[in-house]
Write a protein that binds this ligand. Sequence first.
Ligand SMILES: [Zn+2]
Ligand SMILES: [Zn+2]
Length: 370
Amino acid sequence: MDEGQRNWPVTLTLGLTFAAAVIAVPWYGIAVGFSGWAWAFFFIFLLAGGVGIGSGYHRLWSHRTYTASRPLQWFLAVIGGMSLQNSILIWSARHRVHHRDVDDNDKDPYSIGRGFWFAHVGWMLRDYKSGVVDETIVPDLKKNPVVMWQHNHYLSLVLVTNVVLPLALGWMVGDMWGVFLLAGLARLVVNHHVTFFINSLAHMWGSQPYTDENSARDNGFLAIITYGEGYHNYHHLFQADYRNGIKWHHFDLNKWFIASCAAMGLASDLKRTPEFKIERARLDMEFKRARQRLEAHESNPKWKDLVETLEHEYEQFLATVKEWQALQVERMQHGKQVLAEKLDASFHELEDALRMQRKRLTLLTAQLAV
Ligand SMILES: [Zn+2]
Ligand SMILES: [Zn+2]
């Protein structure tokens, strides 16, 4: 495969910022020490950069999971740009290709099939052919004035937010170099690598509750350090959902940020995957796994009974799915106002039916372990 030429600007930027962060920051900390202000700005900038990428670059512009007002768009374009991960336009174009051609070593820009290092950072260090940006995949973004402004003034924006702003804030609080090193430099490097973990670790390490058709994983630890982006298995299947962590206890700061913006009138049209579809995907995966486990337990004396029960459960599952699809059609044909209440009740009943079935399936598969 043609790996292309070394991309020197990116290699030097990533290499030098990393080297400076691991050498200069501890040295300064030991020799001079960091003020409380420097630490405070470190965390504020880290949070801002992560939200800019997660809620802005990723969930707003790459996947259009909600609509943002102009002020919110400007805010996200600035704090997202600060993370030095290229402009919204280029980041989103590559990310949409990643979803479309996930795990295709020729097309997915950061395919995990080419290894951890490649997916994490190696893909950026060379101008290989899949690194070429296909702008035809982002026609909507090319019409967005905020996105295009950010694209055209990207370098200035990066310098102002990463150099001028930390130096100015540091000067104001009397710790210019401390704030620059912690909130400017160390924060940038931390933000880089935790985001890169989504392309590398979140495609290797974790569970696959919703699909095993691609390499994406759900990982609660990665979700904490990426403010929710670690629920990557769910996200790859339901990319239009503004949430990545769907349970209330799933740590998904970006979901809470977007919901708070909606409560303040800054965001609207937050898209959620219907509960039934989520349950269906989970159950489908569980049936698949139960079948695989059954295959390995042919010697189990109850094997025949178990196969029969499983097949019976699966038929019921398909019937429930069919019923739900029929209700969907009915909803579309009759308009919401006439049947909304009746339909909603039926949808809930079907959701409950699926949940009950998941419980029975769990009990059934538990018998295989005996
Ligand atoms: Zn995505
Ligand atoms: Zn992915």
